[in-house]
Design a protein around this ligand. Structure first.
Ligand SMILES: [Ca+2]
Ligand SMILES: [Ca+2]
Length: 393
């Protein structure tokens, strides 16, 4: 039977069997070829890894960066040690790199941002505190001022007298095109409504000294801050502070809206805008600090009253994403240079944050850390206040 056997090596078919040495030039060439191949593979892996890290998964892969880049390309809080004695009524916000925005909301595209540490008021500014400012300065808030008819020649006479917006529950039969906007639609101009007459001329602040001041326009907040030797927070500072040291959580206290069934914030319960069941204890504003603090010791960063920020409002939130900014996160962003709201182009607005006692689940759900609000700079309402920050000296 025929078998297939490997032919025995002979000097004729195997140089090794014949112990024949290759010429030295051929040995060197073969070695160089292998060395170049190895170097090419290693370089390819390195360059490929660098581009994957930098452009495809810019914030999740850290292996290719140096130590400095790693620090800048992931959330990292600064040291929590305050730089000096704590000013009265304020808490230290350490600053650092954090994720601003909300990965589930395309209009709030997630981005890494860095803010320096700063002091922040523990509470929204109260009626009692604002009264001291008025007493010391005789300041007249924007909504208390007469309106120049030359500026608004077509305005009805009652809107030339001082007024501000006051929310009024509509009759049950009234229907709204959009629940998201019905907080605004239900807010009516009321002559004489202002910080010390929140519902109109016949109302006062008795028993509401520790409630947040409302009917505050942007310039009023800025004037108070200047008097108190403080300033308004930037939008990035406000969101950093609201998060209380947590990373990408929905609320200042975490992801669960009511941990152990507990109300953590003053918002609206019941069928909005017709009925408020006050399950959280309050239909209107609540005294500041009625709900638990967040991780930085701040109260009411969600709900109670909206809070003015320093930044102009523009709807585009996507500038400064890390993949367009390979040097690292935005540092201390100050917002755009001017305000523009495509829904009301002639009315420049500034950012407001945190939502208010009028925010209701399923309607105006803007009591999330990342949620944005906006306000025309010369108008206000019964749900709009502020708090201040101070730079570290
Ligand atoms: Ca409430
Ligand atoms: Ca608030």
């Amino acid at each position: 039977m025929k078998t297939h056997k490997k032919p025995k090596a002979t000097p004729a078919n195997d140089p090794a069997a014949a112990n024949i040495a290759l010429p030295p030039r051929l040995v060197t060439g073969w070695f160089l070829l292998k060395a170049i191949g190895v170097i090419a593979v290693i370089s390819g892996l390195g360059v490929g890894g660098y581009y994957v890290d930098r452009y495809l998964f810019p914030v999740r892969l850290f292996g290719q960066g140096n130590a400095k880049e790693r620090v800048l390309r992931e959330p990292k809080l600064n040291s929590s040690k305050p730089p000096g004695p704590t000013p009265d009524g304020m808490v230290w916000i350490p600053g650092g790199v954090f994720y601003m925005g909300d990965e589930d909301d395309p209009s709030l595209e997630l981005r890494l941002v860095y803010v320096d540490g700063f002091w922040m008021d523990q509470f929204e500014v109260t009626n009692q505190e604002f009264a001291k400012f008025i007493e010391a300065t005789n300041y007249k808030t924007i909504v208390e001022r007469e309106i120049d008819p030359k500026e608004f020649p077509k305005a009805p006479p009652e809107l030339l007298k001082p007024w501000s917006f006051v929310f009024q529950k509509p009759p049950r039969e009234q229907r709204f095109a959009s629940l998201a906007h019905c907080q605004m639609e239900c807010s009516q101009p009321v002559n004489g409504a202002c910080w010390n007459h929140p519902e109109g001329p016949k109302s006062d602040l008795k028993g509401r000294e520790k409630h947040p001041v409302v009917h505050i326009c942007y310039a009023d907040a800025v004037a108070y801050c200047a008097w108190a030797r403080k300033r308004l927070p930037t939008e990035a500072e406000w969101e950093f502070a609201a998060r209380g040291g947590l990373d990408r959580k929905a609320f200042p206290w975490g992801d669960e809206f009511r941990p152990d069934g507990k109300w953590m914030t003053n918002i609206w319960q019941g069928l909005f805008p017709y009925a408020n069941t006050k399950e959280d204890g309050f239909e209107g504003t609540a005294p500041v600090g009625s709900y638990p603090v967040n991780g930085y010791g701040l109260h009411d960063m969600a709900g109670n009253v909206w809070e003015w920020c320093a930044d102009w409002y523009q709807p585009d939130y996507s500038d400064g994403l890390l993949d367009r900014n390979p040097e690292g996160p935005l540092r201390n962003p100050q917002g755009p240079n001017s305000g523009f709201d495509p829904l009301e182009p002639g009315f420049p607005k500034r950012v407001q944050r945190g939502g208010s006692f009028l925010c209701a689940p399923g309607a105006c759900e803007r009591y999330y850390c990342a949620a944005r609000g906006k306000g025309e700079i010369n108008s206000s309402g019964i749900q709009i206040g502020f708090r201040c920050v101070m730079d570290a000296k």
